[in-house]
Design a protein around this ligand. Structure first.
Ligand SMILES: C[S@@+](CC[C@H](N)C(=O)[O-])C[C@H]1O[C@@H](n2cnc3c(N)ncnc32)[C@H](O)[C@@H]1O
Length: 242
């Protein structure tokens, strides 16, 4: 896919919804880990799913949430509509169309129990990532957790090559398991979605390294910053507010 625009488009949303079953590594396990992290929050309040996409994580968070609402935010009207459809009119779901880079949506009426985000924070530049981590730290209640799933930027060329190859392998595995053939891998390649294979600057995907994530989360005030899962250049971290 050529990427002339500096921002995610509705075409990107359509492409992602068509590919996501194949291209998100161990997607079911990732969702289960994030839900487990959110459930281990000792705080009360609402749960944020930032950049909810088509709503699979949102739906799992709602299913695991006894009290409070789940706030599902995304810039894409198509994605927000898909989330609302998937969650079947659950009255505990609150959706909003926001730009992740805009700081105005980060003021909440009451502290958050947890904030989760999957495959989205890498759309921010590094300065904006650090501002987001600081604002989410401020928005969380004591005992609250940030569960962050995202692509990372490998620190070396070898790391890029390993991540690229492992992502292809994982997409192939999922395609064979889910479709019974390699059609998912073919679509992934046709869409040029494996950005670890690109070396030119990418205006949409701006991942940071794993270590930068850990440093910036700690600098934002989080403690017990941890890594729970990693595969094919993609990770799940948690960070806590005490
Ligand atoms: C790769 S998808 C991930 C969706 C979902 N969280 C998941 O894990 O399947 C990236 C999501 O980020 C959203 N997004 C991209 N740029 C954004 C922005 N500037 N502000 C808010 N959301 C954005 C897209 O609409 C899309 O839903």
């Amino acid at each position: 896919m050529s990427r002339p625009a500096a921002t995610w488009s509705e075409d990107d949303s359509d492409t992602y919804r068509a590919l996501s079953a194949f291209v998100v590594p161990e997607r079911e396990r990732q969702i289960a880990i994030i839900v487990e992290l959110v459930n281990s929050s000792t705080a009360e309040g609402d749960v944020l799913d930032l950049c909810c996409g088509e709503g699979l994580l949102t739906r799992a968070l709602l299913a695991a949430t006894a009290t409070g609402t789940v706030l599902a935010f995304d810039s894409s009207p198509g994605m927000v509509a898909a989330t609302r459809r998937l969650c079947g009119g659950d009255p505990r779901l609150v959706t909003a169309i926001v730009d992740i880079a805009d700081r105005s949506w980060r003021r909440f009426g009451r502290p958050l129990r947890a904030a989760a985000s999957s495959l989205a924070v890498h759309h921010l530049d590094d300065e904006a990532k650090r501002a987001l981590f600081a604002d989410l730290f401020a928005a969380l209640a004591p005992g609250g957790v940030l569960a962050l799933a995202d692509v990372i930027r490998p620190a070396t060329e070898a790391g890029h090559d390993i991540a690229a190859r492992m992502w292809d392998e994982e997409v192939e595995r999922r395609s064979l398991a889910l479709a019974g053939d390699r059609s998912g891998l073919a679509a992934f390649r046709a869409a040029d979605w494996n950005h670890f294979r690109r070396r030119e600057p990418d205006l949409v995907d701006k991942p940071a390294t794993l270590v930068e994530h850990a440093d910036w989360l700690r600098q934002a005030g989080f403690v017990a910053v941890d890594l729970h899962w990693m595969l094919a250049g993609q990770m799940i971290m948690s960070a806590w507010k005490r």
